[in-house]
Design a protein around this ligand. Structure first.
Ligand SMILES: [Mg+2]
Length: 420
């Protein structure tokens, strides 16, 4: 691998939630098992299906009712998020005995840079096999390894090959991309969803190779014609992925410093209507969530303060709660902030609102993305964050902020405003 001599693994846990449940309960070993969010309802979504259930035609993100139709003896387990988080941390600890460069990518996927330690264990394939056996013996979870010289190719190697072959290990060589990766349909590229894939097909881009070989300027022109000027970013991201251009380092999630992230807003007038105050709370959740996402910190303690303008008699409250899981997703923060608000607000007018998130997970930082729904929200928010970083805060503003109660539009125009 001449361009870059790193050796990067993307390790993925097979059917993670279901595997953890099966390991915890040996009676389930030979049964088809799914973990479903809303196990009482037939419309509940399947969060994970074990390989036996998948062999019966059951897919992740499918409906429980359909799954029971295909497989009446299906065992349905309720999700136990804290358990999955604990096992995820345990797995990270094991990876860290093979390299100190371990970067969580999601609850069940991690990047490991073994460049500096590989010689201790043999070649890349042998090292991956050793880790795979180690994780299986200790946790009962089967892991698959995509291997290449950068993160993006390691991820593509895992998704497209390691998950499908016998050994669960695949080395994707940069020299041979024309015969391997570039032959695959464009929809198999990560970051390309169904809708994007359809756009590419209509542009005559059928394979990853079609995308990789197209000059970047031409791709930008084509995407711009469909999506406008802002499509340049997307064009470049996709083009780089297809070409395996990625020099981003594997970074451990350990950040020292910040113990909490908070924002306070003073409103232009007193707000007395619940709907108006809700908009402000949403904006604060967006600010706090965005900051936490940028420093990779998930918190479990949320506090909300609402204060009146009265100088003689102070009104309002400042209360906190422990969330059921660590998060940095705006919509999660908003959901619980509203609970606090509805519990403690006595109806008196509000002039200042503050929100903060603390209780950060100390032990490595996890994009603990707790189900597919949140995963999608998380990705969406990360995308809007990067657009805002690039083009300014007012590029994307939640529709609610356009109401007269919203502060975001006004604030975005105050560069260096004291809310940042
Ligand atoms: Mg997985």
């Amino acid at each position: 691998m001449p361009a870059d001599n790193r050796t990067i693994f993307l390790a993925d846990c097979e059917s993670f939630y279901a595997s953890v449940e099966k390991a915890a309960n040996p009676a389930l070993a030979h049964k088809p098992v799914v973990v479903a969010g809303d196990s009482e309802r037939r419309s509940g979504l399947i969060l994970a299906a074990c390989p036996l259930a998948k062999a019966r035609g059951i897919a992740t993100a499918g409906r429980l009712g359909d799954a029971l139709g295909k497989c009446p003896d299906l065992v349905i387990v309720k999700p136990r998020m804290q358990l999955y988080i604990d096992v995820s941390l345990q797995i990270t600890k094991i990876y860290e005995t093979y390299s100190d460069l371990v970067e969580p990518y999601s609850i069940d996927e991690q990047f490991i840079d073994v460049t500096g330690t590989l010689h201790l264990f043999g070649d890349a394939r042998m090292t991956a096999h050793k880790i795979q056996q180690h994780i299986l013996a200790v946790t009962g979870v089967y892991t698959r390894f995509g291997i290449s010289d950068c993160k993006v190719l390691a991820k593509l190697a895992c998704d497209n090959y390691a998950k499908k072959n016998e050994s669960g290990i695949y080395v994707l060589e940069r020299e041979g991309l024309g015969d391997s990766l570039w032959q695959l349909p464009i929809g198999r590229m990560f970051m390309v969803g169904n809708r994007m894939a359809n756009h590419f097909l209509r542009m005559g881009i059928h394979t990853m190779g079609d995308l990789a070989r197209m000059p970047l300027q031409e791709l930008k022109r084509k995407l711009r014609a469909r999506f406008g000027r802002n499509a340049d970013v997307q064009a470049e991201v996709c083009w780089r992925i297809a070409n395996g251009i990625d020099d981003s380092p594997v970074i451990t999630g350990k950040h020292a410093g910040e113990k909490s992230v908070g924002h306070m807003m003073t409103l232009p007038r007193e707000y007395a209507a619940r709907d108006e105050i809700k908009v402000i709370i949403l904006e604060l959740c967006e600010l706090v969530g965005r900051r936490c996402r940028s420093i990779d910190r998930l918190g479990r303690t949320l506090s909300l303060g609402c204060y009146g303008a009265g100088f003689k008699r102070s009104t309002g409250f400042n209360r906190q709660m422990t969330l059921p899981y660590s998060t940095y997703v705006t919509n999660d923060l908003y959901q619980y902030a509203l609970q606090l608000f509805d519990r403690y607000w006595d109806g008196s007018p509000v002039r200042r609102v503050g929100l903060s998130l603390s209780g950060f997970q100390e032990d490595g930082q996890y994009q603990l993305i707790l189900d597919d729904h949140r995963e999608r929200l998380g990705a969406l928010e990360a995308a809007t964050d990067s657009l805002k970083d690039k083009y300014g805060d007012d590029i994307i503003i939640r529709a609610a902020s356009k109401s007269k109660a919203g502060q975001a539009v006004d604030r975005a125009s105050k560069l260096g405003g004291h809310y940042r």
